[in-house]
Structures are given as C-alpha cells and as structure tokens.
Write a new protein. Structure first.
Length: 174
C-alpha cells in the first residue's frame, strides 16, 4: 500500500512510545529482570536462559515500533488501521505490565496469563496489519514467534513453580 507523502508521525514519536513502555515496565518491579528469581523457577525443557530476554525484547521492540510507525502513518480513515493500532496498544500495555506481575509480584501464573494475552493481541495485530502493509506485518512476525514460544515456557513454568500470589502456601498442620 502506498503511504502518504506527508508523514505525521516520525521516529521520535515511536521512540517516545518505546521509552514510555519500558519505563512503565520498570516502575513496579525495577529493572530487576531478576535472573536469580527466574533461575529458581521450574522451567520446562527448552526454556531460554535469563540473559536472552533483554536482546530478544530489544529487537522485538525496535521492529514493533518501526511497524507501528508505518501503520500510524497510513491515512486516518484506512480500514483496519484503527484496529491494528488498538491491538498494538494492548500489546504495549501487556509488555509494560509483565515485569511487575512476574518479577514484582513473583507470580508465574499472572506472567503466563500476560504472555498468552500478548500472544493473542499480537496475532490480532498481525492479522489486521497483513491487510494494510506487508513490511509492517513482517516486522511483527519475530514477536509473534517469540510469544508463541514464551507462552509454552511461561505456562509450563506457572504449572510447575510456586506462585506466592496465586497459589499461596498453606501452613503445615502438625
């Protein structure tokens, strides 16, 4: 699809979204990506090492912001544009919430729910964006694949690991 010659949104708008999402992610739990906590969980076969998350998400976020910018710069009345941007807004909210629920609240269950919801929002975004812009869609595919994998890992981890918020331990009766 041909883009308008006048671009309303520029790289600094995308950067502002990325910075805001990452700051919101850090506020509740701090940048405690907490490899020790992650290592203490019972993860399934094939789970990634903790150090891998930062570079994967940096790449996913850069590609996502580029895709979002392309869609945002379509003419405002383009059918599907608003739906794609809404799905992306939901994805950014879920991304921002993950660190707080998973690391801050120490809740693998809420982390798994957040991840699965992120996968659903991303699938919706890819489906809608595919009707609008091929390049923008291709930029979302790595995130879709990562979230598919992450949903497997987070769900299996939530089932096998303690969760002090959702599955509180009960005192032993003597």
């Amino acid at each position: 699809m041909r883009h308008p010659t006048t671009t309303r949104y520029r790289w600094h708008h995308a950067l502002a979204v990325g910075v805001a999402a990452n700051l919101a992610s850090a506020l509740p739990a701090g940048y405690n990506g907490d490899e020790d906590y992650y290592a203490s969980l019972r993860t399934p076969p094939g789970a990634p090492p903790g150090w891998l998350f930062a570079p994967v998400w940096a790449t996913n976020n850069a590609l996502t912001l580029w895709s979002n910018l392309r869609i945002a710069n379509l003419p405002p009345r383009t059918p599907g544009r608003r739906t794609a941007l809404a799905a992306e807004a939901a994805s950014w909210v879920l991304f921002s919430a993950f660190s707080g629920v998973y690391f801050g609240l120490r809740s693998p269950v809420l982390g798994a729910l957040d991840t699965a919801a992120g996968l659903a929002a991303t699938a919706q975004s890819v489906r809608t964006t595919a009707r609008l812009d091929r390049a923008a869609t291709l930029a979302l595919v790595p995130r879709l694949l990562w979230l598919g994998y992450a949903t497997y890992v987070s769900t299996a981890t939530a089932i096998a690991s303690p969760d002090r918020l959702m599955k509180p331990s009960t005192p032993h009766q003597g």
